[in-house]
Design a protein around this ligand. Structure first.
Ligand SMILES: Nc1ncnc2c1ncn2[C@@H]1O[C@H](COP(=O)(O)OP(=O)(O)OP(=O)(O)O)[C@@H](O)[C@H]1O
Length: 275
């Protein structure tokens, strides 16, 4: 058993939100077959924020898709709060925020966010539902609920997409570079909004990003992946106090950690470039 798998199993108790065990996945057949994920094991505790960072093509999105149940693995297993991904998805325990907000242009923001709970009301009996209006207010969109997506900025649209992911009050949240399309200032504002919301709505989060500062300010741990094949190279604890805010960027502790993450990232990038 690998050290990663052993570490993951040690956490196999009630504290576990997401348990990824020995996940492997390949694409293609014959000579062109490539291993995208090679025995990836990882545990995310309940209420823990974990970011995944690594070179382009190392399998970050693929890992997220496997955890979301959107893509099957060749081997290994994923458990979410002790349930299979299929059961967790059926219970609406997984919230997904894609790279692009994917809002329906002909529906208002409120209708977009309400849509998941209005499609099949009968199936929602007994479920914990969040009030879409209240969610939108928490994300600073209270004034925009009757507007259409095209009338909002990119950052506001993405905030609406994040609010939508919370309507079923999911146990875990999966986010694939949700702020990557935004300019740096807007991006920072959105990440602070997410940080504030998450700090008072603690969920297990798996967050894919290319940004080192973003990973540090948001996360409890950073999973650094290496490529060819995609695997976990290092797991870095973000031992910085919470609640956090922008002031953290200017601290020595933040800068030290940023230096560490960048050095490790450079190492895996150079390794990936040699393949
Ligand atoms: N459906 C698919 N069919 C074949 N190959 C795929 C498929 N999806 C992903 N891949 C390949 O798997 C590898 C990992 O892709 P993935 O998107 O998970 O990487 P990533 O780390 O998220 O990349 P990026 O940082 O550029 O978004 C890449 O080489 C990609 O080309």
């Amino acid at each position: 058993m690998s050290a990663q798998a052993a570490q993951a199993l040690r956490h196999a108790d009630n504290d576990v939100g997401v348990h990824v065990e020995n996940i492997s996945k390949s694409y293609g057949a014959g000579e062109s077959r490539t291993t995208v994920l090679d025995k990836v094991s990882l545990t995310i505790r309940k209420g823990e924020f974990v970011s995944v960072i690594g070179p382009s093509g190392c399998g970050k999105s693929t890992l997220l898709k496997v955890v979301a149940g959107l893509s099957g693995a060749d081997s290994g297993r994923v458990m979410i709060n002790g349930k299979t991904v299929r059961e967790a998805a059926k219970d609406k325990a997984i919230g997904l925020v894609p790279q692009a907000p994917a809002l329906l242009p002909w529906r208002t923001i409120l209708d977009n966010v309400s849509l998941p709970i209005t499609v099949n009301p009968g199936a929602n009996r007994g479920r914990n539902l969040r009030d879409p209006k209240e969610l939108l207010r928490s994300f600073g969109l209270g004034h925009a609920i009757e507007r259409y997506p095209a009338q909002l900025s990119g950052g506001m649209q993405q905030r609406a997409a994040i609010a939508r992911a919370f309507v079923f009050d999911p146990e875990i949240l999966l986010m694939d570079e949700p702020f990557s399309a935004l300019d740096e200032m807007n991006r920072d504002q959105q990440r602070m909004g997410l940080l504030d919301f998450w700090q008072s709505n603690r969920k297990s989060v798996l967050f894919v990003t290319h940004s080192v500062p973003e990973a540090i300010i948001l996360s409890d741990r950073i999973v650094l992946m290496a490529a060819h094949p995609g695997r976990i190279a290092e797991i870095i604890d973000v031992d910085l106090p919470r609640p956090r805010n922008e002031a953290l960027y200017a601290t020595d502790a933040f800068r030290d950690l940023e230096g560490h993450v960048r050095t490790s990232l450079r190492k895996v990038m150079m390794e990936a470039a040699r393949v």
